[in-house]
Design a protein around this ligand. Sequence first.
Ligand SMILES: [Zn+2]
Ligand SMILES: [Zn+2]
Length: 405
Amino acid sequence: MINALRGMKDTIGEDAEVYSYFIDTCTKIAKNYGFELIETPILEETALFKRSVGESSDIVGKEMYQFIDKGDNDVCLRPEGTAGVVRAFIQQKMDKAGGIRRFFYHGPMFRYERPQKGRLRQFHQFGVETFGESSVKEDATLVLMLKEMFEALGIGSKLQINSLGCPSCMPQYREKLVHFLNTKEGLCEDCQRRKQTNPIRVLDCKNEYCQKLLEDAPLLKDNLCSTCRDDFEELKRILETFGVSYEVTPKLVRGLDYYSKTAFEFVSDEIGAQSAIAGGGRYDRLVEFLDGKPTFGVGFAMGIERLSELVKMPQKSREGFYMGALCEEAMDSISRLVFDRRKSDKTFTIYEPKSLKSHLKNADKLYVKFCVCIGEDELRDGNIWIKNLESKEERLVKIEDFKGV
Ligand SMILES: [Zn+2]
Ligand SMILES: [Zn+2]
């Protein structure tokens, strides 16, 4: 017997219902906010992720499904969604066309990491990206949209925000931070390395001793230029206007150079220790970084499997029809009814005559609202027998009147 690969799973039954409910709910909200669907290939050139996600990141350094294809191309299964969308944006010359474009995407992503609860090697993300809008109002709008998605899905969450500065204030801050770090002894091995390659990442080190050393570290929020500070204040003002509570989290950072200004995360303590359930922010230099024309960018992404267990599904109600013949002679009439009804309603049938009891049992299992049967008596009198499984009411209806039911 051949099994699915480790860390990959089949989605069926209840899981499949939650998954499609998640996608439908977020899609509807994203469309209401003016976002359009974008689908990019699952397989891309490895260089795309090396350049955008960064070779020093765990995702690219350790977790990529990377291989050489039959044409000797170095390719990999996408580990995240943004890089492909940005590549498409540039390749379709949308950067040159200018204006504002808003996209949402969803689909499978792949990371070769140790599988654990809520963390698969093939998992799914839903995300959005806005290109060409410099206003911090767009950042706030993305936060509000994500909040609305969580509310619609019944997911409780807390918002954390930070500003990562911009090219005119970030480098000075980084220097200050490195200077500070040089006065400290005992940083973990990772942080020793980060201090050289990416000092900002030291701030969110999980090592307790590192966190202790960082207690009086200079913080970004105290070192922002006036533009960054004004934007951050505006973001907070909008969130307050809309009654969204937030926490400013100075140690919420993103490791890559092209991230700037707004960074946000939604966290939940419903899945173990408080953990991030969605994250996003501004990446004004990513398009340029991938050889496009400089274009503002801001977006977010969330992992669907991690969130699935938090989704509160609406109460399931009976819907649709089940139709069955009680005798061989009624099979054709049932087939015709089924065919017609499927133009408007979910309709099940079975291709052989059964007893009324057995049809009712099937109908109940399928959780339909109506069970329809035709036997010898009904056939002779031009009737159909119909039972509403919600109200338990049974009646005979003339076959020509059935369309109105
Ligand atoms: Zn700045
Ligand atoms: Zn550390």
